[in-house]
Design a protein around this ligand. Structure first.
Ligand SMILES: Nc1ncnc2c1ncn2[C@@H]1O[C@H](COP(=O)(O)OP(=O)(O)OP(=O)(O)O)[C@@H](O)[C@H]1O
Length: 226
């Protein structure tokens, strides 16, 4: 039997303050897929991502995310859904008053991890996975932009999410560092998390494989990755 997609949007419309942002969105994400979301500034990429974790409402259509019907989502279901998503967004910065290690521990504790040994082991694993194994003791402001982004990704993968949503993860980075971040996301994708990332850096698309969806004229359409 074919596996159910992780995300299915059918004829979905999204508005903000009475303004139509996207209409008739049809979108599917399957296990293990890597999807790029492209489109001009203000075309609706971030807004679309925000509907996936209940931050922005949907006005019309059918939207399923990891078995949850987004339009019927209850407030009490939100934390459970969000725990299954790894969110890499500008508005989810690291806590600046504590070390990298403490940032990661904070999330594990908040998501129900109890055993100190398990917590330490998981922190070590994710730091190793993002190539930051010796940086646990650092404060966020002692890290470069690229290093901070790696830690944000480490935080996003702590609970082995089914899907990672990354909003311009290479946005503030130089080209080479940005490439390394995409390589890291590709690596995480191969290990089983599906990824949706928005980007303005179109040269990445041909370098690293993925499906491409474009936001344009209030529509989201799949386009060729050339
Ligand atoms: N909270 C909000 N209230 C009203 N309108 C908003 C809100 N957030 C975004 N918008 C509008 O929605 C539209 C889509 O914005 P969005 O941030 O989704 O675009 P984007 O494609 O992600 O842009 P960028 O490439 O700059 O990140 C824009 O016209 C923006 O002004």
């Amino acid at each position: 039997m074919e596996e159910q997609p992780l995300i299915t949007y059918q004829h979905v419309s999204i508005s903000l303050q009475g303004q139509e942002i996207l209409s008739d969105v049809n979108f599917e994400l399957k296990k293990g897929e890597f999807v790029y979301l492209i489109g001009k500034v203000g075309s609706g990429k971030s807004t679309f991502l925000k509907t996936l974790y209940g931050e922005v409402d949907i006005n019309d259509g059918e939207a399923q995310v990891l078995g949850y019907s987004i339009r019927q989502l209850k407030r009490k279901d939100l934390p459970t859904l969000r725990r299954k998503l790894g969110i890499v967004f500008q508005d989810f910065q690291l806590l600046t008053d504590r070390t990298v290690h403490e940032n990661l521990k904070f999330v594990l504790k908040a998501t129900g991890w109890k055993s100190r040994t398990e917590i330490e082991k998981r922190i070590e694993e994710v730091l190793r996975q993002v190539g930051m194994e010796n940086k646990g003791y650092k404060m966020p402001n002692e890290l470069s932009g690229g290093e901070q982004q790696r830690i944000v990704i480490a935080r996003a993968i702590l609970n082995q999410p089914d899907i990672i949503l990354a909003d311009e993860p290479t946005g503030n980075l130089d080209v080479e560092t940005g490439r390394h971040i995409v390589e890291l996301l590709q690596d995480i994708c191969r290990q089983g998390s599906a990824i949706i990332m928005t980007t303005h850096n179109l040269s990445l698309l041909s370098e690293y494989p993925g499906k491409v969806y474009k936001c344009e004229h209030h529509h989201l359409t799949e386009t060729e990755n050339s």
